[in-house]
Ligand binder design. Structure first.
Ligand SMILES: Cc1cc2nc3c(=O)[nH]c(=O)nc-3n(C[C@H](O)[C@H](O)[C@H](O)COP(=O)(O)O)c2cc1C
Length: 213
């Protein structure tokens, strides 16, 4: 069995979602096992198939998934060492800060005991809006870590803060939160890992580890 730390990579409906593909490759090369979860709106920006192929695991998009017998959100939440949301929209930041659980990713965020890292990306005025800043502060107080956003060229035309942090920067932040022991790239392709939730049966919910933050 692999010792690779389990990462749930949440992808939300930002123009920066295409960079999630590169992020998956970098995470895997660094020695993480990655399961991608897309919000319904993220699917407007990147295909689940791309993330599934790169992660070598099923990419989840549905809260109510008849093809997976396990309860997907709690299984993924329990197995994760890190839940990384990149890119993170104003919407997912606001939902998590308010305890809203209306899709798979937002349910995982509430159900997990793992460390949580957000890489926001959005229009500069959205990012600077007091409402978004209040939500960010709320999450920081709860122990959620943030990487970026950076100053850069935004899709809306501004050269301003709101740009998704570079993949290297996100990877560095992930490694600080959850180091890979022994570092280094996974070797052979492992299509069988697509069934990550299967391991649930050996876990007893009553013995959940303490929150790792
Ligand atoms: C072309 C386009 C680009 C967008 N980019 C962003 C973005 O970078 N950041 C953001 O917060 N919202 C962005 N939005 C708005 C989100 O898609 C919208 O708030 C959506 O409800 C987010 O849903 P989700 O957080 O569930 O993925 C964009 C919308 C469009 C049409």
């Amino acid at each position: 069995m692999s010792n690779a730390p389990e990462v749930v990579l949440g992808v939300t409906g930002s123009i920066g979602a295409y960079k999630a593909a590169d992020l998956v490759r970098h995470l895997k090369d660094a020695g993480y096992a990655v399961t991608c979860v897309l919000t319904p709106r993220a699917r407007n920006f990147i295909q689940p198939m791309t993330l599934q192929a790169l992660s070598e695991r099923k990419a989840y998009t549905e809260m109510f998934d008849l093809e997976t017998p396990q309860i997907v959100h709690t299984t993924l939440a329990d197995h994760a060492r890190l839940v990384l949301v990149a890119p993170a929209t104003a919407n997912i930041i606001g939902k998590f800060a308010s305890g809203i659980a209306d899709d798979l990713l937002s349910c995982i965020l509430l159900a997990t005991r793992a460390k949580i890292l957000f890489a926001p990306a959005m229009n500069v005025h959205m990012w600077q809006h007091p409402s978004v800043q209040r939500n960010v502060q709320t999450l920081k107080r709860l122990g959620v870590r943030f990487v970026g956003p950076d100053v850069g060229k935004l899709a809306c035309g501004y050269e301003a803060i709101g740009h998704l942090a570079e993949v290297d920067e996100i990877l560095r932040a992930a490694k600080q939160l959850v180091p890979v022991i022994g570092g280094g790239a996974s070797a052979a392709p492992t299509a069988a890992r697509a069934a990550a939730p299967k391991a649930k049966s050996s876990r007893k919910p009553a013995k959940r580890p303490a929150r790792r933050r």
